[in-house]
Design a protein around this ligand. Structure first.
Ligand SMILES: Cc1cc2nc3c(=O)[nH]c(=O)nc-3n(C[C@H](O)[C@H](O)[C@H](O)COP(=O)(O)OP(=O)(O)OC[C@H]3O[C@@H](n4cnc5c(N)ncnc54)[C@H](O)[C@@H]3O)c2cc1C
Length: 616
């Protein structure tokens, strides 16, 4: 049955007495809503979302609409304010002073309704590193695994990429249930349409010593893999509002859409600050909503720090300048921004190799596929790109070069930002992750032309992304106007390590494309132009770089004395009952797409919230 539309009646919402209020209906936050409502049926839980539910909207639901955007002259949701907050950074010196688009989903389901649907985990060592920022609260891989599994329902078709022995495959089939969930609300699957350049690309990886990873969810992410996506194979749709649909029947859950929270209402009682509710805007009018037990911010990595500052929680110097009364002086708010930076490459393929470009080049194929999707919910329109590899530095550098790199990072960098203690700790961990062979670079193959595709030509594009940059940026308000965008400054590519890592990855991608068998499919390198020196390639990276929309860390879980914003229970320091549960709390960048991890964090947060308020 279809999920009903949520309410937009602000007056009725405002008149209720809530126990819990949740700000931002991102896909994962709804887990908390549901779990609290299940555990404490006598409690009233309200969630406010600035955007709306785009129900039955193919631009959100149909995977192909996004994965084909480049070939259909689109960018149909990204940058479109009906779906996207459409933020931008300040001019980034490391990227030739370009202003970088920073999309964030503005809808029920948050950025999970806008994203590329990749459904991946980080490696065991990276989750274990989480625990070092808030010891004793259960943030290791072992602790998180039940939550990672709980959120997903993995449709395990056997679609092994080349390079897997039958022994490895049968082992993975046996161990699969140890790592894959089968009852969660997010449907996870593998693509059913594979472009002609995918298998050769995987085999060229194998030829260069990068093996095929049969079960990349088991804590070891290195290698090339068939990418899991949050797509429901039965409907062929993006899977992102499962929690919402599960929760709508409950009488103690109340959703309000079209409501932008402008402030958390705080009162100082003794040494702690208590959140009593929120102020919000709906259709131009201001309302309040009261929460007796807790307020949970899940407004996302950009808006959660913004709301903290608007509410008087942040660096007192900044707040004072804007005339905001400081409720809690917490200089870490909005700092510690970490983001994946990608560089793009593109090759023209030889005639006869079928890619997503076929949709652009062949009207008959387009028509066939449209019918196929409508009737059977599969084919190109139910698909995204498949081949992704995660590569440690050891793929590009010899052991002594890797050791030298790790040592340099451990020593620290001149670019240390304001949270010196936190960064030193992070760099020390990053150094050890490098030595352990934890992937630093992601290579995504995109079977289509992205730059300037020509008619009747097929392309292979590749994104090379640095997963663990040393750069740290920030998000801060510069006005008390809650509807004005915050100032986002990533400091992207502000240091040599970040630039060199992308350079190494880019050169490896060039090598891959000239290695058989994929080299037999390639007609010509289009971008960057062939034959560039390292210095010229660096200029190319700076001129064409973009981000992965995986910003993390802007309200980090870390010790307060290090510049942390939330503790191991995700509670904001100095507050009695205000938590942040979204990508902002991740203390250190992960070499993965972020949504699966954040869903698991939300499931864990839900258990912590219920346990902390046993009477409800
Ligand atoms: C373009 C793009 C592509 C991505 N691709 C992938 C991918 O393929 N795989 C992957 O794993 N991850 C991907 N990500 C990242 C992933 O989607 C996010 O990590 C995940 O959605 C969680 O993000 P978040 O914590 O910032 O919250 P969001 O999901 O952004 O949710 C925040 C919610 O709060 C609402 N909100 C904000 N401010 C207010 C306010 N003041 N009042 C009320 N509501 C408010 C927003 O409208 C939104 O619904 C991508 C992200 C983007 C933007």
């Amino acid at each position: 049955a279809e999920c009903p539309l949520p309410s937009s009646d602000a007056k009725a919402f405002s008149a209720k007495n809530f126990d819990y209020i949740i700000v931002g209906a991102n896909a994962l936050l709804l887990t908390i809503l549901l779990r609290i409502a299940e555990a404490q049926p006598h409690c009233q839980v309200g969630v406010l979302e600035a955007g709306v539910f785009h129900r039955d909207d193919p631009l959100v639901d149909t995977p192909g609409e996004l994965s084909l955007f480049s070939t259909r002259n689109g960018g149909l949701t990204w940058g479109n304010r009906t779906y996207d907050w459409a933020y931008v950074t300040t001019p980034q010196a490391g990227l030739n002073n370009t202003v970088i688009a920073t999309p964030r989903g503005k809808m029920l389901g948050g950025s999970s309704g806008l994203n590329l649907m990749a459904w991946t985990r980080a490696s065991q060592a990276e989750y274990d590193a989480f625990d070092k920022f808030a010891p004793g609260h259960g943030w290791t891989f072992k602790d998180l695994l039940p939550f990672l599994k709980k959120v997903e329902n993995v449709d395990k078709q056997s679609n092994p990429f080349p390079g897997i022995s039958s022994a490895a495959l049968s082992n993975a089939v046996q161990t699969g249930p140890l790592f894959a969930g089968s009852a969660g609300p997010v449907n996870v699957s593998l693509n059913t349409f594979m472009s002609g350049d995918v298998f050769p690309w995987v085999q060229s990886h194998n030829a260069l010593g990068v093996s095929t990873n049969v079960d990349p969810e088991d804590g070891n992410t290195a290698g090339v893999r068939n990418l899991q996506v949050a797509v429901n194979r039965a409907t062929g749709n993006r899977s992102y509002v499962g929690y919402y649909c599960e929760s709508v029947g409950r009488s103690n859950i109340h959703h309000l859409v079209g409501a932008q929270v402008t402030k958390v209402n705080l009162v100082k009682k003794g040494s702690l600050v208590t959140a009593t509710g929120v102020q919000f805007l709906s259709a131009g009018k201001t309302f309040t909503a009261k929460a007796a037990i807790e307020v949970v911010l899940s407004a996302g990595v950009v808006n959660s720090p913004q709301l903290l500052e608007l509410s008087g929680i942040g660096n007192s110097k900044l707040l004072k300048k804007l005339g905001i009364q400081t409720m809690i002086d917490l200089p870490g708010v909005g700092e510690n921004l970490q983001e994946h930076i990608y560089s793009i490459l593109e090759w023209q393929l030889k005639p006869g190799i079928q890619t997503f470009d076929e949709i652009r080049n062949n009207a008959t194929f387009l028509q066939q596929q449209a019918v196929q999707y409508q009737k059977h919910h599969d084919g190109v329109f139910a698909s995204t790109d498949s081949a992704v590899s995660y590569l440690p530095l050891q793929t590009f550098l010899n052991a002594s070069a890797v050791a030298a790199q790790a040592k340099a990072i451990k020593k620290g960098l001149p670019e240390l930002g304001p949270l010196t203690k936190l960064q030193k700790k992070q760099y020390s961990i990053q150094s050890s992750l490098i030595l352990q062979g934890v992937p630093q670079v992601e290579v995504i193959q995109l079977s289509k032309g992205l730059i300037v595709p020509q008619p009747n030509v097929s392309y292979m594009s590749v994104l090379v992304g640095h997963q663990k940059p040393l750069a740290r940026g920030s998000i801060h308000i510069n006005t008390t106007n809650a509807t004005a965008p915050p100032v986002i400054n990533g400091n992207y590519l502000n240091n040599d390590f970040d630039v060199q890592t992308i350079l190494q990855g880019l050169k490896f991608a060039l090598k891959l494309a000239s290695t058989p068998p994929v080299s037999h499919s390639v007609a010509a390198l289009i971008s960057p132009p062939p034959g560039l020196t390292d210095a010229q390639l660096i200029s190319y990276i700076r001129a064409t770089g973009s981000t992965g929309s995986h910003i993390m860390g802007t309200a980090a879980m870390a010790a307060k004395s290090d510049g942390g914003v939330v503790n191991g229970q995700l509670k904001v320091y100095g507050t009695k009952n205000l938590r942040v549960v979204d990508t902002s709390v991740i203390p250190l960048q992960l070499a993965t797409h972020s949504q699966h991890t954040v869903f698991a964090i939300a499931e864990k947060a839900a258990t912590m919230i219920v346990a902390a308020n046993p009477a409800g």
